[in-house]
Design a protein around this ligand. Structure first.
Ligand SMILES: [Zn+2]
Length: 233
């Protein structure tokens, strides 16, 4: 029988060409090994989106700076906490909506000729009130109304993984609830700084935001008889 280990890791978007991955192998008896592997993540091409907007719309007013900073700290806290939560899921992740993807991960947003941001999630189409489902089992770690992301739910799946559901119109869960894979957790909305209803779905591995579609179908517990899927950055 062949055997091996699977591990999750995330590579920052603006990484170098290769990254060193250090894995600690602890045995019940015997020495602990450190394995270091160099990985070359697949290059991903992110399209650019040119937008024209009045400067006041691009940059939130100074009076909101503190609120935005505090809200970011809340979200960051949840993301780091997930490293201390045991893995709460066994089955592969699923999409939170079956509708079309409207805006992919990593799209560069160029406002008035300046690269302002990248789209750090996946947007799904949906009318206000359409259902939003948990991508996998986990514990609801945050339900809040945030300036930028509107009504937001964060689920801590453990093993460092967090998924987020943004711009909701309605939330059907509370902090501390354990949700199952595919359970309805809310409804699509247009809350926060958006122009229309859609679901922004995000995924984070601790401090690193990555393409949530990379989680879909990921099966850490699959038998080793198949060749493992290609690593996704
Ligand atoms: Zn989005």
């Amino acid at each position: 029988m062949t055997h091996g280990w699977r591990a999750l890791a995330a590579v920052p978007f603006d990484r170098a060409d290769s990254v060193a991955v250090r894995a600690l192998v602890e045995r019940a008896a015997g020495p602990t090994d450190t394995v270091v592997a160099w990985l070359v993540p697949r290059r991903r091409r992110a399209p650019r989106e040119k937008l024209r907007a009045a400067p006041g719309l691009v940059q939130p007013p100074d009076s909101l700076e503190e609120r935005i900073r505090e809200e970011q700290a809340l979200v960051t806290g949840v993301r780091h906490q997930a490293h201390d939560t045991p893995r709460l899921w066994g089955e592969p992740f699923v999409r939170p909506r079956s509708s079309a993807v409207r805006d992919r991960f990593g799209v560069a947003r160029v406002f008035n000729g300046v690269l302002r941001s990248r789209h750090m999630g996946v947007d799904f189409a949906g009318r206000r009130g359409a259902s939003v489902r948990a991508a996998n089992r986990g514990v609801v770690a945050l339900v809040a109304d945030l300036y930028l992301s509107g009504t937001t739910v964060l689920i801590d799946h453990g093993a460092g993984l967090v998924t987020g559901y943004l711009h909701l119109s309605r939330v059907l869960v509370a902090v501390g609830d354990t949700v199952t894979r595919g359970q309805q957790i809310g409804e699509v909305g247009a809350s926060g700084r958006v122009t229309g209803p859609h679901l922004h779905w995000l995924a984070a591995y601790g401090g690193i935001t990555f393409d949530p579609l990379g989680l879909v179908g990921l099966d850490l517990d699959a038998a080793w008889t198949r060749s493992p899927k290609r690593a996704r950055p």
